[in-house]
Design a protein around this ligand. Structure first.
Ligand code: ATP
Ligand code: MG
Length: 585
C-alpha cells in the first residue's frame, strides 16, 4: 500500500488485510472448508442464510452490536442491532407461516429502501420461502412481467405502488395470493392486507424449518442490459461465496462500518447490501435517498464509513464535482473503496486516489455468479483499468469458441477471448427460472460462458474488453467499446462516453462515440474536433471514433448501466428492444 495513502488514513497502520498472500491462499483454498465458518441449523436441519446472517450473531455477545443503520430521506435515523433484526424478521416469518406460505413460495418486494424491505427479506429466508426483490422505480409492465415470470405468491409493497402498478393487472396474476401493504393500518380484504397490523400481531419467536444448502432462496432478475431480463435462481449455499468475498475482497474486520450503495432491487444490493456484511457481524449503512453528491459525501463522513462499495456510474457523477471531496469532508476513516457493475475506467481509479485519498478497487461479477468472482484485492497494487484476479476457489480462463460445443483455452497472455468460469462455485445460479434452454446455452466444453470479452495479462490480471454483443468490427479489427470510452474519459471535458459500431459500406462498421460533458463545457464543433484529435493520438486512426455526438446524458438502465444497444438502435432508427429497465432521459 503506498505510504501516502497510509499517511492520509492513519487507521490503516493497524489493520492487516485478511488476504495477505494471494498465490498461497489460492493454492490452499477449498470451498468445503468455508462451511466451518457457519453454525448450520441445529439438529442437522441444514443451512439457512438468515440464521447465519442474523440469529447466529443475535444469540452471542454480538447480539447488541449495531447491525443496520437506516438513514431516512427526511433525516430520520433508525438503528437495528442483531437482536432487533432477529425479533423483527421472526415476526415476518410468522406472518408468512400464518398465511400458510412455506418452502419454495416466492415473496416479491416492491418498495424503496425502507426497513420493511430488509426485514421481509430476512423473514422470507427464515421461512424457507424465496425472496425476489423488484426495483422500486419499475413501472407497471416490468412489475407485472416479473411477478408473473417469478411465480409470486406474495407481494410486499406500498398502497400507491399497488394501485398504480399491480391492481390494473391483478386478474392476470392468479398465483399472487396476498398483497401486504406497508403503509396502511387496516386490512382491505382477505388478500389485500396491512403488513403493519400483521407484524404487530405476530409472535417474536420463530423456529426455522429445515432448509437444505441447495434449496432455492433468492430469485434475482438480471439488469436487462442486453435484452429481456432473466430470472437467476440462487440457493442458501451462496453464503459460502458471500462470506469468502466479504473476508478477502471487501476485507471486513469486526470494527468496520460498511456502505453498499446498490439498491436491493439488484443482486449487489442483496448479496453485499444485506447478506455479506451481516454474515461478518459488522455494521451496514442503508440510505433511503437517491444519489446526491453532497448527501453521499456527508454520509461517508458522519457515519465514519470504513469500507465503501459503489458503482462506476456514481463515481463518474462524483467526478463531475469541481472540488475534491477529501478537501471538504473528513474521510479519514475510509480505508477501502470498491466498485462493480460496469467497467471502471482507469481515469476513475486515479481520480479516487486524488479526490478521495484512496484508489478504487474494481471487481467483476454478475447476477448469475451471485458474488464477486474477479477482484482487485487490498493486498495488491491496483492496475488501473483492470478488474483484478479471480478470487480463491475460482478457475477463470480466457477461451475461444471452437466448433460445436468445444472451446479452446487461450494460455498466452494478452489474447482477447471470452471469459469462462469452471461451474461449481457455491453461489452459482442453479438455473434461469422457466428458461431451461437459455440456461443450457450458457455452457460449452464444461465451462460457463457469459459473453464477456476480456484479456488476461502475463501476471494474471483481467482486463475487460466489452460484451460480445457490443464488440465493433471495423476494417478487419475488433474494437472493444470500453477501450475507446476510457480514452475519451481522460479528456477533462468528458463526463461519460458510450461507443458503438455503426454500419459502414467500406469498413463494415465505424466507431461512433456518444459523449456527455462535464458542467462548464458546451457542445461545440471546436470541442468535437479536439476530442477527435485527442482520441486519435492515443488510439490510432483505426480504433479512434470517426463520429462523435454530444448528448446531455447517456441512456442507462435502472441499474445505472449505459445501454449501448439502445444508443445503436436509436442511431439506426431500429426497434429499441426490451425497454422495461430503461431510465427515462
Ligand atoms: P442482462 O444480463 O440482463 O443483459 P446485465 O448483464 O447488465 O444484464 P448484471 O448481472 O447486473 O446484468 O451485470 C453483469 C454484467 O455487468 C457482467 O456480465 C459484465 O458485462 C458487467 N460488469 C459487471 N462488473 C463489471 C466490471 N467490473 N467490469 C466490466 N464489466 C462489468
Ligand atoms: Mg448479463
Amino acid at each position: 500500500m503506498p505510504l501516502e495513502t497510509i499517511k492520509k488514513h492513519p487507521g490503516l497502520w493497524s489493520l492487516q488485510p485478511n488476504l495477505l498472500d494471494y498465490e498461497n491462499s489460492c493454492a490452499g483454498f477449498c470451498w468445503d472448508e468455508v462451511g466451518r465458518e457457519f453454525d448450520w441449523l441445529p439438529n442437522g436441519k441444514g443451512l439457512n442464510i438468515a440464521h447465519e446472517a442474523v440469529d447466529r450473531h443475535a444469540e452471542m455477545v454480538t447480539g447488541d452490536r449495531l447491525a443496520m443503520r437506516w438513514l431516512g430521506q427526511g433525516g430520520a435515523v433508525l438503528d437495528f442491532t442483531y437482536c432487533d433484526l432477529k425479533r423483527l424478521s421472526n415476526r415476518f416469518a410468522n406472518v408468512l407461516r400464518g398465511l400458510g406460505l412455506g418452502k419454495g413460495d416466492t415473496v416479491c418486494v416492491l418498495t424503496g429502501r425502507i426497513p420493511e424491505l430488509y426485514l421481509t427479506a430476512l423473514g422470507t429466508l427464515k421461512n424457507g420461502s424465496v425472496f425476489c426483490p423488484l426495483f422500486s422505480a419499475f413501472g407497471p409492465e416490468p412489475v407485472r412481467q416479473r411477478l408473473s415470470r417469478g411465480d409470486a405468491r406474495v407481494l410486499v409493497t406500498t398502497e400507491s405502488n399497488y394501485q398504480r402498478k399491480v391492481a390494473p393487472f391483478a386478474k392476470q396474476l392468479p398465483e399472487l395470493r396476498y398483497v401486504l401493504l406497508v403503509d396502511v393500518e387496516e386490512h382491505f380484504d382477505e388478500s389485500l392486507l396491512s403488513l403493519r397490523k400483521m407484524m404487530s400481531e405476530a409472535g417474536e419467536e420463530f423456529s426455522i424449518p429445515s432448509t437444505s444448502a441447495e434449496d432455492m432462496a433468492v430469485l434475482h432478475f438480471t439488469s436487462g442490459t442486453t435484452g429481456m431480463p432473466k430470472g437467476a435462481v440462487h440457493v442458501h449455499k451462496a453464503i459460502f461465496t458471500h462470506y469468502t468475498t466479504g473476508k478477502y475482497v471487501l476485507d471486513f474486520h469486526p470494527c468496520d462500518v460498511f456502505w453498499c450503495t446498490a439498491d436491493p432491487g439488484w443482486v449487489t444490493g442483496i448479496s453485499y447490501g444485506i447478506i455479506s456484511p451481516l454474515l461478518h457481524g459488522i455494521t451496514t449503512i442503508i440510505d433511503e435517498a437517491d444519489f446526491d453528491e453532497v448527501r453521499w459525501c456527508r454520509i461517508l463522513e458522519t457515519q465514519k464509513v470504513s469500507v465503501w462499495y459503489t458503482t462506476p456510474t456514481a463515481i463518474r457523477r462524483l467526478m463531475r464535482l469541481r472540488e475534491r471531496p477529501r478537501l471538504q469532508y473528513d474521510l479519514s476513516h475510509l480505508r477501502l473503496i470498491h466498485s462493480v457493475g460496469e467497467p471502471l475506467n482507469a481515469e476513475a481509479v486515479l481520480w479516487g486516489e486524488d479526490a478521495l485519498g484512496l484508489p478504487i478497487h474494481d471487481n467483476w461479477w454478475q447476477t448469475e455468479t451471485g458474488g464477486i468472482m474477479i477482484a482487485n484485492f487490498p493486498c495488491m497494487e491496483i492496475r488501473p483499468g483492470s478488474m483484478g484476479r479471480p478470487i480463491p476457489g475460482i478457475k477463470a480462463p480466457v477461451v475461444r469458441r471452437l466448433n460445436g460445443d468445444k472451446v479452446g483455452v487461450l494460455e498466452e497472455p494478452d489474447m482477447q477471448g471470452e471469459l469462462a468460469l469452471r461451474p461449481g462455485w457455491p453461489s452459482m445460479f442453479r438455473g434461469y427460472l422457466h428458461e431451461e434452454e437459455r440456461y443450457r446455452k450458457c455452457f460449452a466444453g464444461g465451462w460457463y460462458l457469459m459473453g464477456d470479452l476480456v484479456k488476461r495479462d502475463e501476471d494474471g490480471f483481467f482486463w475487460f474488453v466489452g460484451r460480445a454483443d457490443d464488440i465493433i468490427k471495423t476494417a478487419g479489427h475488433m474494437v472493444g467499446p470500453f477501450e475507446v470510452e476510457s480514452v475519451l474519459m481522460e479528456h477533462p471535458a468528458v463526463a461519460e462516453a458510450g461507443v458503438i459500431g455503426k454500419p459502414d459500406a467500406l469498413a463494415g462498421e465505424l466507431v461512433k462515440a456518444f459523449v456527455a460533458l462535464k458542467p462548464g463545457f458546451e457542445p461545440a464543433e471546436e470541442l468535437r474536433l479536439e476530442l477527435t484529435a485527442f482520441a486519435r493520438k492515443r488510439l490510432g486512426a483505426v480504433v479512434s471514433p470517426k463520429e462523435i455526438e454530444f448528448q446531455p446524458n447517456l441512456p442507462k438502465n435502472k441499474a445505472g448501466k449505459i445501454i449501448r444497444r439502445f444508443l445503436k438502435a436509436r442511431e439506426l432508427g431500429l426497434p429499441e428492444g426490451d425497454l422495461s429497465t430503461l431510465e427515462p432521459d
